[in-house]
Design a protein around this ligand. Structure first.
Ligand SMILES: [Zn+2]
Length: 435
């Protein structure tokens, strides 16, 4: 039995406050008079001062199930996502077993539906077992119940250009997209952090910017040649932005994402030797951070994606060289993005630009039709309520994730997710998960 909710005094996309009525999973009224006329029986949410956004959509989440349920499950990761304002996430394929068959992607899809906190859209592997040697069952995954449209060997690069070309050719037939983890493996053997001044001082093996840029340059040329869609995961360098700008001007069908951590954290943090700051691609320089923020504002980078990468204490809290790369991101991303000011004008946060980078565009890239739609009459009520005046202090014990590798622990960040609605049902109310 679907309930109805009246969001009283809310500001859709930061515009003039009004009342929004949600019933039977959709938005049924979006003005004070209309909502008042139909509000009988509705639960009233006092939303004065709050901004209403289309529910956020994450192109890059690691949910770890099947295989590493000690680090995260589809349910725990879904809850973290809902608390972060998400209504849909794309679950990466580097699970155990790898999501390279219809069976595994359908399993992840069904676990997501059972949890019911966000729509979990499985990403299929490009190559069998992420091995890079032969294509995975792309067609079977596309026609499965999970209807996979995005494929990625994320965690590893599809390094063989012939394999990359074949994958692009294959998915072109159904307008799928290959999401590339751009890392030329021959240039990052044993790499521990960004190759630069800090790595030289610390004596740690470096992961040079050119290892990312070389693959992006190659793949935009391949995608242009094939005429297929390419997506670049976690862009981390200023040079990558220049290549993407060039490719866009040439009409290549390429999109790109940046993580919240690459928008705020730098390689200087490695001086602490705290493995919470070890991530792949690594934290770069302040100049890269500046370039990435500008590229996000300009739209050369299309989307923010979390690369939420939970790891157990055993895998993360050890010597830097042995620690797994990756950090949590789902619950803090909106606040981190707000803290950068990258999507703000003279009048404060540009909520329309934020909705574009964190909801509409990622939904379009992933092919998630019911998501990424602005609140309007008849639209599925996949929505997020944000309090821009509140702050959030990051406490690791308060996370819904099973893991604790949060690089923002102790920081106070702007903004707070107050509520999230998935098809009209609250998954988060008063900042707390409803189940
Ligand atoms: Zn990756």
């Amino acid at each position: 039995m679907s309930r109805s909710y009246l969001l009283a005094g809310v500001a859709p996309l930061g515009r003039a406050p009004t009342d929004v009525l949600i019933r039977d999973g959709v938005v049924v009224a979006l003005d004070a008079a209309g909502a008042a006329g139909a509000r009988a029986g509705a639960e009233v949410v006092d939303a004065a001062g709050l901004v209403l956004l289309p529910g956020l959509v994450d192109l890059h989440t690691h949910l770890r199930e099947p295989g590493r349920e000690d680090a995260e499950t589809v349910e725990s990761g879904s809850r973290a996502a809902a608390l972060g304002g998400y209504t849909a996430v794309c679950a990466m394929a580097n699970t155990e077993p790898v999501a390279d068959t219809a069976g595994v992607v359908e399993q992840v899809y069904r676990l997501g539906r059972a949890a019911g906190l966000v729509d979990v859209q499985p990403v299929g592997a490009v190559t069998a077992g992420l091995g890079g040697q032969r294509l995975a069952e792309l067609g079977a995954m596309a026609t499965s119940a999970a209807a996979v449209r995005m494929f990625s060997d994320d965690g590893r690069c599809v390094a063989d250009p012939r394999m990359m070309r074949r994958a692009l050719e294959y998915v072109k037939a159904f307008d799928g997209v290959i999401a590339q983890h751009a890392e030329e493996p021959g240039l990052t053997l044993g790499a521990q952090m960004h190759e630069g001044e800090v790595s030289a001082v610390l004596g740690l093996a470096g992961w040079p910017a050119v290892a990312e840029e070389a693959i992006i340059a190659r793949d935009v040329l391949l995608a242009g040649h094939v005429g297929a869609r390419l997506h670049i995961c976690h862009v981390s360098t200023a040079g990558s932005v220049e290549i993407l700008r060039w490719a866009r001007q040439r009409g290549v069908r390429v999109t790109a994402e940046v993580t919240p951590h690459h928008l705020v954290l730098t390689d200087e943090l490695a001086r602490s030797y705290d493995p919470v700051f070890k991530v792949n691609p690594p934290l770069r320089t302040a100049a890269d951070v500046t370039a990435l923020r500008a590229a996000l504002a300009e739209g050369v980078i299309d989307a923010v994606a979390t690369d939420h990468a939970p790891h157990t204490v055993e895998d993360k809290e050890c010597e830097w060289a042995y620690a797994r790369p990756g950090m949590l991101g789902l619950e803090t991303v909106l606040s981190v993005v707000l803290s950068t000011g990258a999507l703000a004008g003279d009048a404060g946060t540009d909520w329309d630009a934020l909705a574009q980078r964190m909801s509409r565009t990622p939904a379009r890239i992933a092919g998630l039709d019911g998501h990424g739609r602005d609140p309007a009459v008849g639209v599925p009520a996949n929505l997020t309520l944000v309090d821009p005046a509140a702050t959030t202090t990051v406490e690791p014990g308060a996370s819904a994730s099973r893991s604790r590798n949060n690089p923002y622990t102790g920081r106070t960040l702007p903004g707070r997710i107050v509520a999230t609605f998935l098809r009209g049902e609250p998954t988060v109310l008063d900042g707390k998960a409803t189940r």
